[in-house]
Design a protein around this ligand. Structure first.
Ligand code: HEM
Length: 392
């Protein structure tokens, strides 16, 4: 986009810009659908002959609510980041009185687009949280530091976790907390008087609310793993009756659905790093609220003639540029750390998904990626700074 500006016609440049934007969004869609499948494996069935989860329904995967919510929320986060970038650079131009009239126009576009995007992110974030509550209740409990489940659970607006708290003990989970009543229950269950399970309920089970503990799931998982082994032995021996029997055990009594638990030894292994998940979630939501306020204020001021006089707000816009990236990274940490120990939810823990390649191979490819991306990062920053200096 930078290099083509003087080399092609304006229309062609605009068309290319749109195509890049559409292409990037499509690319994000497939990446996030693949990621969503790992967090909520739908549309596939396990084939013991190939030892693979094979796709049985493409649309179930491509249009899963979990995946679509993830996609909308993530690209929404990208739109906010872009809007903050344009807002900040436009503010910088106005502060330096450079191309003022054009900078003000792009300031208005960024503030309007940012306002719409941040509201969109709020709603898609709420839907993502609902999806997480349904499919990954442990992640939701970690996001909120909720150890003992509650009916009409409140959301922690701000809080400091107790670092010595462990699942199953009687210690207070927070050293300090401010809660908004009912909010978590409403977000997680979309209704009143419903139970939101906590970490302890999911680890140890809660009969009253029909929640099975991880110990029982570990038993089922081990039965499934054994049935798989028996199936392969029977297959090698061409013993169809034994194969059928192993199949029935594998797919009966929810054994297969708990396959991944078979690799675990202790129920507490299903708890992700709570502090990292909790703080990342709260940083993301706090920034999300700040962005709504910032775009609202800037949009309001942009309508006024004396925008240039609001120097403090303009500098605030400049310094807010990195915060979009911070919010996106925080969200990513919530999604990926909060899903631990699973590579594929309930089916495969990360330890089993680890590659069998030698450590040196991994280190070489990691180093190559690290160097390549650092070079690209430096080049991109340089191009951006040069372009900002040149002006519109
Ligand atoms: C305003 C309130 C917000 C709420 C309620 C919210 C909620 C959530 C939830 C529940 C997740 C986890 C989804 C999952 O594990 O599948 C998530 C992930 C994420 N969030 Fe937010 N979020 C908010 C604001 C933001 C903002 C402002 C940004 C960025 C500017 C952002 C960017 C992300 C990203 C990039 C992810 C990772 C997406 C994924 O891989 O699933 N969020 N958010």
């Amino acid at each position: 986009m930078f290099f083509g500006w003087d080399r092609v016609s304006k229309k062609f440049h605009l068309l290319s810009t749109w195509l890049v934007a559409i292409g990037s969004n499509l690319s994000a869609y497939w990446i996030l659908i693949a990621n969503a499948w790992m967090q909520n494996p739908v549309g596939t069935s396990f084939n013991p002959d190939t030892m693979r989860n094979e796709m049985s329904n493409f649309l179930d995967i491509a249009l899963s609510h979990f995946g679509v919510a993830k996609f909308l929320h993530t690209v929404g986060g990208g739109y906010i980041t872009a809007a903050l970038f344009v807002l900040g650079i436009s503010a910088f131009y106005m502060l330096k009185n450079k191309d003022f009239a054009l900078a003000k126009k792009s300031f208005i576009v960024a503030a309007s687009f940012g306002m719409l995007s941040s509201l969109f992110v709020l709603f898609s974030g709420d839907e993502s949280a609902y999806q997480v509550a349904q499919k990954q209740p442990m992640k939701l409990a970690a996001m909120e530091g909720l150890y003992k489940g509650e009916v009409n659970a409140g959301i922690v607006a701000a809080g400091v976790l107790n670092p010595s708290k462990l699942p199953g003990d009687d210690k207070e989970p927070f050293l300090f907390e401010i809660k908004a009543p009912y909010a978590l229950g409403l977000m997680a269950t979309r209704g009143l008087d419903n139970f939101t399970p906590g970490i302890d309920d999911l680890v140890f089970g809660n009969e009253k609310f029909g929640i099975e503990g991880a110990d029982k799931k570990i038993e089922k998982g081990k039965i499934a793993l054994q049935a798989l082994k028996d199936y392969r032995v029977a297959k090698d021996a061409n013993d169809t009756a034994a194969m059928q029997q192993a199949r029935e055990i594998l797919f009966g009594n929810q054994n297969m659905q708990n396959l991944g638990y078979g690799y675990l030894d202790d129920a507490k292994q299903i708890v992700p790093p709570v502090a990292l998940t909790f703080y990342s979630f709260h940083v993301m939501v706090a920034l999300g609220s700040y962005f709504i306020l910032l775009f609202f204020v800037t949009l309001f001021l942009a309508m006024r003639k004396n925008l240039a006089e609001y120097k403090k707000i303009l500098w605030l816009c400049v310094f807010s540029i990195p915060l979009g990236y911070v919010a996106c990274e925080a969200g990513w940490i919530v999604a990926e750390v909060g899903r631990q120990p699973w590579a594929i939810q309930d089916l495969m823990p990360v330890g089993v998904a680890a590659t069998s390649l030698a450590g040196t191979n991994i280190m070489i490819s990691f180093a190559l990626f690290a160097v390549l991306f650092t070079v690209l990062f430096i080049a991109e920053i340089k191009i951006m700074l040069k372009q900002i200096k040149i002006g519109f």
